[in-house]
Design a protein around this ligand. Structure first.
Ligand SMILES: NC(=O)c1ccc[n+]([C@@H]2O[C@H](COP(=O)([O-])OP(=O)(O)OC[C@H]3O[C@@H](n4cnc5c(N)ncnc54)[C@H](OP(=O)(O)O)[C@@H]3O)[C@@H](O)[C@H]2O)c1
Length: 288
C-alpha cells in the first residue's frame, strides 16, 4: 500500500493519480471529508485526518509500505515558521511509529538551516528529520512552483494587471507542480535502493514579464506586471492576510530567492510543462 499525504493538493494529486493508474493500492490522506468520495471513486482508500493528529497519522502509516510526504503550507495568518515545524514534527513522529520501507519527501530548492525564511527553513528541518528516521529516503527539491501564479489568473482577467514581488526582469527557475508529482510518483515506486536528493526545474526559467505574456495568451487580453519594490514586501504580505511574523518570514524568503543566496543545482531534472501550458490547464479547470 502506498500512502499519499495531501491528495487534494497540486503535487500530491498527481502522485496519487499516477500510482492509481499503475494499479497500485493507494491510501490518500485528505483534510476535508468532502474530498473523500472523489478519491474513493478513483479506487483509493481514504483517510480523513489532520496532520496535527499524530496518532491518526501513525495509524495510517502503519497500514502502508511506502509514503509520499508533503508538509502542508501553514495559514499565513499564523506564525508559519512555528506552525510548519509543528506539522513537520507530527509527520516525522508518525513515520517513526510505523515501519515504512521507503519515503519520498517534498522539499524545495534553496532549503536551508534558517529559523525564519518560510518553507526554505521548515522544509530543511523536514529533510533533516526525515534522514534521521533511517527510512530509505528520496528528497524532491522543486523550483518555484508555476502554481504560485494561479491567483494572478483571476486578478489579471479582471484588471489586466497582477502584482509581483520578483523584479519584472528577474529570470527565475519555475516548475509545474504536476511535473514534480510525476517525479515523486516515479521515485516512490522505484527500488528501495534508489534514494537521494532530486532537484527539478521546468523547461526554462521565466521572468514576471514572461508570466504577463503567458497570462495574456491564456486570457486573451493585454496583461502587465505591477512590481512591488523590496521595502514594501512586508506590507504587501500584510495586506494579503499575513500576520507580522509570517510577513517577515516570507519577505526574508523572497529576498534569499531574488539575491540567489542558495545553492542552485547545476544539473536539475527538467519537467516538460512550460508556463503557458500550466496556466492554460489551470484556467480550464477554473472555468469548469
Ligand atoms: N510554492 C512553491 O513555490 C513551492 C516550491 C517548492 C516546494 N513547495 C512545497 O510544496 C508543498 C506544497 O505543495 P502543493 O502546492 O502541492 O500544496 P497544496 O496544493 O497547497 O496542497 C496542500 C495539501 O495539504 C492539505 N492540508 C492542508 N492542511 C492540512 C492539514 N492540517 N492536515 C492534512 N492535510 C492538510 C491540503 O488539503 P485541503 O486542500 O483540504 O486544505 C492539500 O491537499 C509545501 O510543502 C511547500 O512548502 C512549494
Amino acid at each position: 500500500m502506498d500512502l499519499v499525504l495531501g491528495a487534494s493538493g497540486h503535487v500530491s494529486g498527481t502522485v496519487a493519480r499516477r500510482l492509481l493508474e499503475q494499479g497500485r493500492a493507494v491510501t490518500v490522506v485528505v483534510h476535508c471529508p468532502e474530498q473523500a468520495a472523489e478519491w474513493s471513486a478513483r479506487g483509493a482508500s481514504v483517510a480523513v485526518l489532520d496532520v496535527h493528529d499524530t496518532p491518526a497519522l501513525t495509524a495510517a502509516f502503519c497500514k502502508a509500505r511506502r509514503a509520499f510526504l508533503l508538509n502542508p503550507p501553514a495559514s499565513p495568518s499564523l506564525d508559519v515558521d512555528h506552525e510548519e515545524r509543528r506539522t513537520v514534527h507530527s509527520i516525522l513522529r508518525a513515520v517513526q511509529g510505523a515501519s515504512l520501507e521507503k519515503i519520498v519527501v517534498q522539499s524545495t530548492c534553496g532549503a536551508q538551516d534558517n529559523p525564519h525564511c518560510g518553507d526554505l527553513g521548515s522544509l530543511y528541518a523536514f529533510e533533516q528529520g526525515a534522514r534521521e528516521t533511517g527510512v530509505p529516503l528520496c528528497i524532491v527539491r522543486a523550483a518555484y512552483f508555476m502554481s504560485n501564479w494561479f491567483g494572478a489568473l483571476s486578478t489579471a482577467q479582471q484588471s489586466g494587471v497582477f502584482s509581483s514581488l520578483l523584479p519584472k526582469d528577474f529570470k527565475a527557475p519555475m516548475v509545474a507542480p504536476q511535473d514534480v508529482g510525476e517525479l515523486a510518483a516515479r521515485l516512490l515506486v522505484a527500488p528501495v535502493e534508489e534514494t537521494g536528493v532530486y532537484n527539478i526545474e521546468g523547461p526554462e526559467p521565466y521572468t514576471p514579464e514572461d508570466v504577463a505574456t503567458a497570462l495574456g495568451a491564456v486570457l486573451g487580453r493585454h496583461v502587465t506586471v505591477d512590481e512591488i519594490p523590496r521595502p514594501e514586501w512586508p506590507e504587501f504580505y500584510r495586506r494579503n492576510g499575513f500576520c507580522p511574523e509570517a510577513a517577515r518570514s516570507y519577505a526574508t524568503m523572497t529576498g534569499i530567492f531574488v539575491d540567489g543566496r542558495y545553492d542552485r543545482p547545476s544539473t536539475p531534472l527538467r519537467g516538460a510543462t512550460d508556463l503557458q501550458t500550466c496556466l492554460r490547464h489551470q484556467a480550464s479547470i477554473s472555468s469548469r
